[in-house]
Design a protein around this ligand. Structure first.
Ligand SMILES: O=C[C@H](O)COP(=O)(O)O
Length: 222
């Protein structure tokens, strides 16, 4: 079961300002990516459920993180149904991210007091997610909506915590736009843990980018 309460998870998401995410079916490679993010200062990561053996791979990565990376919070994204959410929680997922708002997933996560973040694309969906107890909503695909959409939502709903995901990149221009608009954190996959990083096994490069991006986010928030 989850090792961190949803309050702890939400607070690390907010503090870190970024949720790195990836999928790979190779456990050993996944451990190296995880370690690079951790050594770069990351303390929370989303493994996306996007391919063969995702359950097994997550189970192994979570065991590794629990044993070798103290304080690392592991969650699962791209979860599309309540059965999968339940299984991932059984494997120790500390949070669940979904591409769409599904009330059955909200129910199973709430029952176990596990933070869930649904992909939303309208103010009506966001409001419904909050009624169901969502703390941080994922704006998906974030790049399609843009920072202007976030600014618009923060007008009538200043309490809403938003995590744009999809098309976010670790550049100053891109992140400044999002944080100036008032996001709580951003989700970052292919522009951070890129195909090139994986193909070249550039773990040192990933560690450096994670460190620099976390520093950049701190600076942008001042
Ligand atoms: O839900 C995850 C997103 O599809 C990741 O998008 P990204 O690779 O553009 O960061």
């Amino acid at each position: 079961m989850a090792q961190y309460s949803r309050i702890e998870v939400a607070s690390v998401m907010k503090e870190q300002g970024m949720v790195p995410l990836f999928f790979h079916s190779d456990v050993e490679l996944g451990k190296k990516l995880l370690k690079a993010c951790y050594d770069g200062g990351g303390r929370l990561l989303e493994f996306t459920s996007r391919g063969d053996f995702a359950f097994e791979v997550f189970g192994e990565l979570n065991k590794y993180a629990t044993k070798e990376l103290p304080g690392m919070i592991m969650g699962v994204g791209s979860v599309t149904d309540a059965a999968a959410a339940s299984l991932y929680m059984q494997l120790g997922a500390n949070f669940i991210v979904t591409p769409v708002l599904r009330e059955d997933i909200a129910v199973v996560c709430n029952r176990r007091k596990v933070l869930w973040s649904p992909g939303c694309g309208s103010l009506t969906e966001i409001a419904r997610a909050e009624e169901l107890g969502c703390e941080i909503v994922k704006l998906f695909p974030g790049g399609t909506y843009g920072p202007g959409f976030v600014k618009g939502i923060k007008g009538p709903q200043p309490w809403t915590s938003i995590m744009p995901t999809g098309g976010v990149s670790p550049t100053e221009d891109n992140l400044k736009g999002w944080f100036d608009a008032g996001v709580t954190c951003v989700g970052m996959g292919s522009n951070l843990i890129s195909k090139e990083v994986i193909a070249n096994k550039d773990y040192a490069g990933l560690e450096k980018t994670v460190r620099e991006t976390l520093d950049l986010i701190k600076r942008l928030r001042k």
